[in-house]
Ligand binder design. Structure first.
Ligand SMILES: [Zn+2]
Length: 282
């Protein structure tokens, strides 16, 4: 799993205990395999942009009850997980069949009025330490730490979702050179997305290979709002080896490969904004 950001469904579909298959995630959000007494995971689906709610300020995750009945057995299971402080795995689906896994996740609150549990994710290095000294102070520290970790997870989910959606929209190839190796592909931002609250919008992204991503960020070339590539004059006039010729000079005036879905195509207004920056930089 080293270096992987998302876990594919087939990996999560399970392992075996006593000859019986035990999937790590269920089709329902709260997952309690038959052989376990308590739920082991909660999953947020990829439907909608963010069906669950991360409260950025408090670093909490609002997780909807299963159905409308607070006493549904899945909801009772999560309530018990809270009472017994049992750690869960939290799976966030960022695209169809791709999950970001976080552990340990704890149920820290439960509201029958709003039919939601509040979840916080913790750092495994600290979550299971015995509190030393003043218990109340230790709980405050736990709360602050978990809030921070939960916010970090939210940002990671955003980044991974952006990457996953952009690369899929471009059918897993570089929009410039059509390179297909996923490990060499990035989701480049057209307008830098520094706002941690910002949603991962596919129209602010382009799938580019590592070389073209770095060259795009460095204004070696730009993509105009009509999707035509414009290479900086100084690069066009340079003399060097074949990488420069094929990788940068020959893409000049070519049109990029676009996503199949028109709704996924780069936003011309953002490309325009970038084009003006390119003119200033070159
Ligand atoms: Zn490329």
């Amino acid at each position: 799993m080293e270096g992987r950001e998302t876990l594919p469904w087939k990996l999560l579909a399970g392992f075996e205990i006593g000859g019986r298959p035990v999937p790590l995630v269920g089709l329902t959000g709260i997952w309690k395999p038959a052989v376990c007494e308590l739920p082991i995971s909660i999953t947020t689906s990829a439907k909608g942009v963010y069906p669950d709610r991360f409260d950025f300020e408090s670093g909490r995750l609002e997780y909807r009850y299963r159905g409308e009945d607070p006493d549904h057995r899945d909801n009772r299971g999560l309530r018990r997980a809270r009472e017994e402080r049992v750690p869960l795995v939290y799976f966030h689906a960022v695209a169809k069949g791709a999950y970001v896994a976080s552990w340990p996740a704890f149920v820290v609150d439960d509201s029958r009025e709003t039919l939601t549990f509040t979840i916080q994710i913790d750092d495994p290095a600290y979550a299971f330490r015995q509190p030393a000294g003043d218990h109340v102070l230790a709980e405050d520290r736990d709360e602050a730490r978990r809030a921070y970790v939960t916010r970090t997870v939210r940002q990671r989910v955003h980044q991974v979702a952006f990457r996953e959606r952009v690369i899929r929209a471009y059918q897993e190839r570089c929009a410039l050179c059509a390179l297909r190796h996923r490990e060499l592909l990035d989701a480049a931002h057209i307008v830098p997305d520094r706002d941690p609250e910002g949603e991962p919008v596919v129209t602010n992204g382009i799938a580019l290979c590592k070389l073209h991503h770095a060259a795009f960020d460095g204004f070696f070339f730009t993509i105009r709002p009509d999707y035509v590539i414009e290479v900086r004059r100084s690069i066009l006039e340079e003399h060097d080896g074949p990488m420069l010729v094929v990788g940068l000079q020959q893409i000049h005036t070519k049109r990029i490969l676009l996503p199949r879905r028109p709704a996924d195509r780069p936003d011309p207004a953002r490309l325009e904004r970038r084009y003006l920056e390119f003119l200033q930089a070159s």
